[in-house]
Design a protein around this ligand. Structure first.
Ligand code: KIV
Length: 284
């Protein structure tokens, strides 16, 4: 278990204290417990749940109900890390009023402590309004998976100078709108460094190189549980699928061969009761 509760203030201060932030995703109770026990700083209940848990092609179809369901499960297991709930596509894009309402739902019904949403300069007014309503917001710029098709797919962003400058402008706009930190996804490492230097709030990278204030990875990617595609920026720290497959194959074999369950996995009943029962259910 984590020694202490990580707060928004801890995250904000980490930059000045030059303490790298460790953030991962979780979508259910067991992974909430694991993240807690590992002592990471931040757990994101990401809308990546749509791809790595629900088997969807992207994140667009993820709903508020899906997010609340998964946030609740993570919150039950995860007590130390700061828990952030991801705002799904179209839960904050249509009006500021709806954005505040939905951000509030993630906190009130889900139980997370902050929300994350994707978008740069254009979303600064929405973010400002949510923050003003008392809800801490984490921004997400660079590659924004919810609008990946408009960006040409799941591709690195900020390739030329003007696209890179726009990402720096996005970061500054989000900072001015009041975010407590920023996710920066899939940009060249030198741009990751420049964005990090441009703002006072911590910049947490995913495919943004080493010179940022922290790192985030999708847990199912980094443990080799989701292998449909593995982005360049993912390091697989283990390969969990072969271990699970080996266990399933052994179970299948033992059931077929009647090696499972053995006596150690079976309940007994008193001999007298068994004999009585046999008389009561005489099938002959
Ligand atoms: O949904 C998610 O998991 C994310 C991470 C990629 C940061 O947004």
């Amino acid at each position: 278990m984590s020694e202490k509760k990580v707060t928004i203030l801890d995250v904000q201060q980490s930059k000045e204290e030059k303490r790298k932030l460790v953030m991962i995703t979780a979508y259910d109770y067991p992974f909430g417990l694991l993240a807690d026990e590992a002592g990471v700083d931040i757990v994101l209940v990401g809308d990546s749940v749509g791809m790595v848990v629900m088997g969807l092609e992207g994140t667009v179809a993820v709903t508020m109900e899906h997010m609340i369901h998964h946030i609740k499960a993570v919150v039950r297991g995860c007590k130390g890390p700061l828990i952030i709930g991801d705002m799904p596509f179209m839960s904050y894009n249509t009006s500021v009023r709806e954005a505040i309402h939905n951000a509030g739902r993630l906190m009130k019904e889900g139980g997370c402590e902050a929300v994350k949403l994707e978008g740069g300069v254009d979303f600064a007014p929405t973010i400002q309004a949510i923050v003003k309503a008392g809800i801490p917001v984490q921004g997400h710029i660079g590659l924004t998976p919810q609008t990946a098709s408009a960006l040409g797919g799941f591709k690195m962003q900020g390739r030329d100078a003007s696209a890179a400058k726009q990402i720096i402008d996005d970061a500054i706009a989000l900072q001015d709108a009041g975010v407590f930190s920023i996710i920066l996804e899939a940009v060249p490492a030198p741009l990751g460094k420049l964005v990090t230097e441009a703002v006072k709030v911590p910049v947490i990278g995913i495919g943004a190189g080493p010179d940022v204030d922290g790192q985030v990875l999708v847990t199912h990617d980094m443990i080799g549980l989701f292998e449909k595609f593995v982005p360049k920026f993912v390091k697989q720290y283990t390969q969990i699928r072969p271990i699970i497959l080996e266990a399933l194959a052994a179970y299948k074999k033992e059931v077929r061969e009647m090696a499972f369950p053995g006596p150690e996995h079976s309940f007994t009943m008193p001999e007298e009761a068994l004999q009585q029962l046999k008389k009561m259910v005489d099938f002959s």
